[in-house]
Every structure is written in C-alpha cells, then in structure tokens.
Ligand binder design. Sequence first.
Ligand code: PLP
Length: 496
Amino acid sequence: MEVMYQSTRGKGDLVTASQAILKGLSDDGGLFVPTQIPRLDIPMEKLSRMTYQETAYEVMSRFLTDFTEDELKYCIRSAYDEKFDTDKIAPIHQADGAYFLELYHGATIAFKDMALSILPYLMTTAAKKNGVTNEIVILTATSGDTGKAAMAGFADVPGTRIIVFYPKHGVSPVQEKQMVTQKGKNTYVVGITGNFDDAQTAVKKMFNDKDLENLLGSAGFQFSSANSINIGRLVPQIVYYVYAYSTLIRQGSIKEGEKINIVVPTGNFGNILAAFYAKQMGLPVNKLICASNENKVLYDFFATGTYDRKRDFILTTSPSMDILISSNLERLIFRLTGEDPAACAKLMEELSKGGEYTITPQMKAGLSDFYGNYCTEKETSEAIHQVFEKDHYVIDTHTAVAAGVYKKYKADTKDDTPTVIASTASPYKFTRSVMEAISSDSETMDDFALADALAKLSGTSVPKAVEEIRTAPVLHDCVVDAQDMPATVKKILGIC
Ligand SMILES: *Cc1c(COP(=O)(O)O)cnc(C)c1O
C-alpha cells in the first residue's frame, strides 16, 4: 500500500514521501501529511523481540513507501549506531510511579538527535531517488538545540552542507560552546547580532527568494530544511513510542493490548504528534498528555478551543518549549477539520493575521485523545527535586514539566493507567537549573564545575557530549548583522 503526502493547505496534489522530505514545506505554505495512517499490523509478540533498528524499519517502511528496503535499512543503520551511548538507543527507566523513556542518548544529548541523526540519510537518499544532482544546503536558524543536533547529523555527510545561524547573545554558554566547536568540513556556524526571530525571519526570506534560488541552482546548490515541520523528522519519532510499548511488554511491565498513557513536554507539537500517529497506527494508547511550561498556549487551546498567540513570550528554564506558535499543531487541526485544506488554511490565516483562531465545537470534540496542563517554574523545580528525593533519579527541566503535569493529571482523573513520560534532554544539558533544584551550593560554580558536582551527587557520569566541549577548540567565530545573512550564505558557498 503506497502512502502519499498532501499539503494541509493545498489543492490535494500528492507527492511521494521522498519528495516531501526533499521539499520540507509545501509551496502553498502548508505542511505535508500522509494521505492515510498505516496500521501497525505486526504481532506484538514479534515486535517485542525486535531491536530499536528493527522496530524503526517496521514503522518507517509503512510511512516512507517509496524507499526500498535496502535504502531504508541503510539509513537506519547509519543513524542509530555508536553515536548513541547505549545499544538500546531509547532505554526506559522506572521512577516515581512512571516509565521515563530516555530520548537523550544521542550525540547532542537531547531528543532532537532521534530524528536528526537519520534525516541527513533520508534526505540524501531522497535526492538520489529523485535525480537531484545539486548539493543540498541546509539552512537553519536555531535558539540552541536544533542547530547543534542538525550539524551533528549532517557533519561530513556527502552531498550536503549545513549553515546554522544563532543569536550571538541569546543562547546558553554550553549551547554556544557546543556549536562553535562543531567539526566537519561541511558545517558553518554564524552568530548574528539580532535575536532568534531576526535569524528565523531572514532564513524564511532566503527560502522564498526566487533570484537566490536561481543563483544557487546555476552554481549546483539547492536549499532544504531540517526544521521539525519536515516529515522526515516526524516519522522517525513515531518509532520510539512503538519501541517503548514493546519494551514494556518484553520486561513484563504491561500485558499485550493493555493501554498506556504518554506524557510529552511540548513546544512545537512535533513529538506529541508522533505519539498521536503511533496511536492512530493502532498502538494501545489511552491519553496523550500534553505538558506545557508557562508559555501555556496549548493548555489554553485544549481548555477553550481558542488558540491565541497574543501574549507575552516568557523565558523559562525549559527554553526548548518557549514557543507561542506550535507549527505541527496544524497537522492535527487538518485532521480535526475532516481533512479540509480550505478550512485549515483559513484558520492558519486567522492565526497569522489576527493572532488567534477558534475551532468549532465539533472539532473540539475530536480532541478527546488529549489532556493538556502546564507547570509553573516553581512546580518544574519541585518536580526535579521530588523525583530525585524519591528515587535518586535526575531529570532535566523539560522532562520535569512533563512529570509535574502527570501529577496534576493523576490528581484530576484518578487514572492509574501505566504511563510513559518522554524524557527529552539529559540533565547535563541544563545543569544549572537542575542543580539548583536538588542542591543548595551551586550558585558560585561555572557550568563545567556544575556538571562534575551533578555527577558526584547523582552517581552518573558526565556525558561525552559535555566532556568533549570542555577542551575543544573554537572552530567558528563569524558574527554578522541579520541583514548580512544572505551575503554570508553566498560567501560561504563561493557564489558572490
Ligand atoms: C524541542 C524540545 C522539546 C519540544 O519538542 P516539540 O517536538 O517541539 O514539541 C522538548 N524538550 C526538549 C529538550 C527539546 O529539545
């Protein structure tokens, strides 16, 4: 059965999976969605004996149907290898009455690695299949995590180059150090003097600049995106929810067919949408619990049916969830409209013009798969403290938002369904906030001293990703004004 992809705002034109991955975003501004969600038609008894890589093949081959078995297995093998510090790839840790699904064992110790380690292979394979001979140039604006994970994925991948722009004064010291020490002949990191929005706006402008596209084309280049709107990032994220379920079966924690809840700390709505797709495939899932920090647009949306981005942007200790426009929600909205691209486009236009939209009562009824709540900064810190006190297990700030919301869910509903919490970053990535929650003498330490202190206190070891940047030489020191970004790209590609 061939799965094709259509735009959430389009006229129903269909593209193959590989074309959707190459394009990233549809020309009409919509996101690509599968025309149908394939069934997970494999006996659980068989799934529960599979490795992560084997599970990945079963799930991804059902969505990316124009990839051959050899192509897909090559991509999976190349992505999920020794870059991960455990051969389980996504292990489960039981603590404080829940199962924490650790998605941070890849190269940059955040869950972005789960998809960004395979995207480069999917993309270069897609280019080959579609006869693209141009070198692919990935342009990315980052507020910290995505840029590093994308570079780690694309570094030295033949046929690609990656250029990352980050706000020079808007990322944490560890995040900046991670980026400016990035190795690889095809990686370029540029600080800009503006903020993240300036970088993002300039990147989007370059994507839509026809003259630049022609200039690039005549020099043998074309742009693509590693952003979370790419279907090539979404599909690999479905895998670990299936794998989590089969792991729980294998270790005897649940019985075949028994339902689980899944809690996801949410920003752009990509990770939780993958869990929703897993449920649509037939994975026995009860509630999808959407956890927000103080930027609680989604909580308000689930409660009222109105999505309203007109509010202050709050900087929190879970920065990867500081977001007011959750792009991937559009894919759920499209489903709720009964797959009506005109209705979906209208709501998205209301959002971009007036800053809000309201769904119909009928659409709202379709949200019953979800439960939404949020944590304040204080509650987030308390959640880290509590899990550590109870089970000597350290979670990061983003995961803590999920753990805190799960507490609220249990209190609200008395539901005791076995629950998986997506653990999206290593505590070593947000060491200062984590240490402040579990120790009283962290204030005077620098970030590396804090990592050592965390290791001592928790009995875990400092991950390679942090050790590496301690002494790594700075390889990128370019800083430009946002307005000079296009000129910088041309210079990097040698086409000025
Ligand atoms: C990106 C990110 C999130 C949010 O994931 P979405 O798919 O954008 O909802 C949560 N936690 C961490 C650590 C992240 O890097």
